[in-house]
Each structure stands twice: as C-alpha cells, then as structure tokens.
Design a protein around this ligand. Structure first.
Ligand SMILES: *Cc1c(COP(=O)(O)O)cnc(C)c1O
Length: 225
C-alpha cells in the first residue's frame, strides 16, 4: 500500500514534468496538490514520507480531525481547502489552512477578511470561478471574476493569489482552463489551480500553477466526498 502511494506520486510528478516540458514550461512552476479527502493518516503518511508536502481537503470538519497532528509532526505541510466554505466555518478555515481555494461569494470574502484581521494569520486565497456557469456549481461567473478579485482587495482587504476552477464533468476541459488562465491574467493574479486526476496534463498545457490530484495518488475513494 505505502509503496503504491509513493509510486503513484512519482508517476504523477513525472507526468507533470513531461507535460510542462512539452508546453515549454518549467515544471517547478507547477505544484502538485495531493487531494487526501476521505483518506486517513495511514494513506497520508506514506505520501509525506515520499516527500509530498502540499495536500488538499474539501471539508473543514474532516481536515480538522486529520491535519493538526500531522502538521505538528511535519511543520512544512501546506494545506489547501478545495471544497465549499460556509461563513460559520471561516474561523476554523483561517486557523488551519494555508491556502483557501474556494472564495466564491461576497459573504465568504467578508467573513475571511474579518477572521484574518482577528487571527493575524494570512492563508493565501484563490477565487473559485464557475467557468461552465453550471447552476449547481459554486463559483463566480467568468464575466464577474475580475471585478470580484478587485472588490476582495478594495472592500475586504484580501490579497487574492489566483483563480481556481472545476470544469463541467462532461465537457472538454481545455477551453475552461484557457478561460481561467485568461481571467487570471486580466485580474493580475499569478496562481491558476486547475486540473484533476483525469485532466491535469491538459491543465499544465494551459498554464496551471497548481493541479489537484486525488484518486490517481491515493486510489479510489470509498464514498463520494
Ligand atoms: C476531489 C477533488 C479533486 C481531486 O479529484 P480526483 O479526480 O480524485 O483527482 C480536485 N479538486 C476538487 C475541488 C476536488 O473536490
């Protein structure tokens, strides 16, 4: 099991390197976020021992149960929140996460601004963009994304590091990744979090700075998260 996870990580890193080279990019500009949602310390530990330090979780509650102990043991862990954030969890999210990728509405921006002020802890923040404008999906509509980033700065004192998207499951992701890259350029933010197990190489070709890979590293999740 543990060698499988280390092998999977090495294989994913090699594929990121190749995709970056093919795109004429430096692979050092692409961070692998290992998505460990639903997996416990038994699966996370082999990834840590293989040198992986950047992880993604989609639920605040689940992350609070798993990560504080591991962060004590490995102080250079960088933990990303990649799932929806409720404003009543902003306090816990600011205290635990190093990057919050899912700033997706004014109310959350305000809650995060207040918590960051109060705690003096400054997680990096990404705005989630609903590139496919899917009604059931979180995120700022593409046409409002640049203005939303500006409002986060001006009205909530939030420095936005980049944009994140989850393209529609049944569409070619490439145009969505290209759109996110273009919006990030327009907004003047450096990070683009895009691409998952099935499409991270395409995301790298379109400018991803962060790819979020779960089951290709940890195996299939037993329950949907
Ligand atoms: C679960 C999840 C991922 C990882 O998906 P895999 O298909 O397991 O690679 C990436 N991004 C988000 C937002 C997720 O919720």
């Amino acid at each position: 099991m543990s060698t499988a996870i280390a092998d999977n990580l090495a294989a994913i890193r090699a594929r990121i390197d190749r995709a970056a080279r093919t795109a004429g990019r430096d692979a050092a500009g692409v961070t692998l976020v290992a998505v460990s949602k639903t997996f416990g310390a038994d699966e996370i530990r082999p990834a840590l021992e293989a040198g992986q330090r950047v992880f993604g979780e989609n639920r605040v509650q689940e992350a609070m149960a798993k990560w504080p102990a591991l962060k004590e043991e490995f102080p250079d862990i960088e933990l990303h929140l990649i799932g929806p954030l409720q404003s009543n969890k902003a306090k816990e999210a600011v205290a635990l996460f190093d990057v919050i990728e899912t700033v997706d509405r004014e109310k959350i921006a305000a809650a995060l601004g207040a918590e960051i002020e109060k705690q003096g802890r400054r997680p990096r923040l990404l705005v989630q963009v609903n590139t496919g404008e899917e009604p059931q999906k979180a995120g700022i509509p593409p046409r409002e994304a640049v203005a939303f980033v500006a409002r986060c700065r001006a009205e909530h004192g939030l420095e936005i590091a980049g944009l994140m998207c989850i393209p529609p499951a049944d569409e070619d992701p490439a145009p969505h990744f290209a759109l996110l890259d273009e919006l990030a350029r327009e907004a003047g933010v450096p990070w683009r979090s895009m691409g998952m197990s099935g499409d991270f190489e395409i995301a790298v070709s379109q400018g991803a700075t962060h790819v979020r890979v779960g089951n290709a590293i940890f195996g299939h999740r037993d329950y949907p998260a």
